[in-house]
Design a protein around this ligand. Structure first.
Ligand SMILES: Nc1ncnc2c1ncn2[C@@H]1O[C@H](COP(=O)(O)OP(=O)(O)OP(=O)(O)O)[C@@H](O)[C@H]1O
Ligand SMILES: [Mg+2]
Length: 224
């Protein structure tokens, strides 16, 4: 479309120069009149170019909106159908013979026959070389993906039988590549929470020690 508009405006300019030149030669148009005509054409061209760009941009945005709506229309493969309630996460977490392939590479086993038990109240670390599946293990526990084989349980209950919202509510997850949304620090920290008090919010900031650098006016003059 841009190409078409450029060609059209060049043709119009050529036509005006040609026709105007002929009229100047036969005396029906003065040189001043031709100069004025050419400058009016330039102004008209600028205006029509900016309208064309707006129209092109508008069509591009409609296309992007379509892609966005496609994402919203996707039906998640992880279903939240668990009804079993549980009190809190100070429970025994167990992986039994868990295996997993990402849906995009169904033939590549990222995790194979993994078993471990995390006793109540203990700290547990998973160590391994890059790309060996540490983050994937956490994603399976969060049920961002359904595992392909084996069982993951909390106090003997399969994680599919637990309410997904309640499971997520019990887990504090700091991902490897954190994203910040445009907005205030408070909006970022409380993202997804509808019901929280300022006391809770400040306590979280103190416990995680983010308050130490956010409350430093040199770093963030507007604070949270
Ligand atoms: N969404 C995905 N689709 C397909 N393969 C993936 C996807 N995410 C990760 N992988 C692959 O799964 C493997 C394990 O990745 P994972 O991120 O769990 O490793 P990691 O042990 O956490 O690595 P690192 O130490 O670098 O954080 C890698 O080979 C990675 O390329
Ligand atoms: Mg990782």
């Amino acid at each position: 479309m841009d190409f078409l508009v450029t060609q059209l405006s060049q043709f119009t300019r050529f036509f005006i120069l040609w026709q105007g030149g002929m009229m100047v030669l036969d005396g029906s148009l003065s040189v001043g009149g031709l100069t004025a005509l050419i400058s009016y054409c330039g102004m008209f061209e600028n205006a029509s170019n900016s309208i064309t760009h707006k129209v092109v941009e508008w069509f591009r945005n409609i296309e992007r909106a379509g892609e966005f709506l496609d994402v919203l229309d996707r039906i998640p493969t992880v279903k939240d159908e668990g009804t079993q309630d549980f009190q809190d996460m100070s429970s025994v977490i167990e992986f039994k013979n868990v295996g997993f392939c990402y849906p995009s590479s169904p033939d590549v086993k990222i995790i194979e026959d993994i078993s471990f038990k995390i006793p109540q109240g203990s700290s547990f670390g998973i160590v391994g070389t890059s790309g060996h599946g540490k983050s994937t293990i956490m994603k399976l526990f969060l049920r961002l993906y359904n595992r392909s084989e084996g069982d993951i349980t909390v106090d003997g209950n399969l994680i599919e039988d637990l309410s997904l919202a309640k499971l997520h509510h019990q887990i504090g997850y700091v991902c490897q590549t954190p994203e910040l949304f445009s907005g205030t620090i408070e909006e970022n920290i409380t993202y997804g929470l509808v019901d929280y008090s300022q006391e809770d919010f400040k306590e979280v900031c103190a416990v995680t020690e983010v308050s130490t650098f956010i409350e430093d006016e040199e770093n963030f003059p507007k604070g949270y």
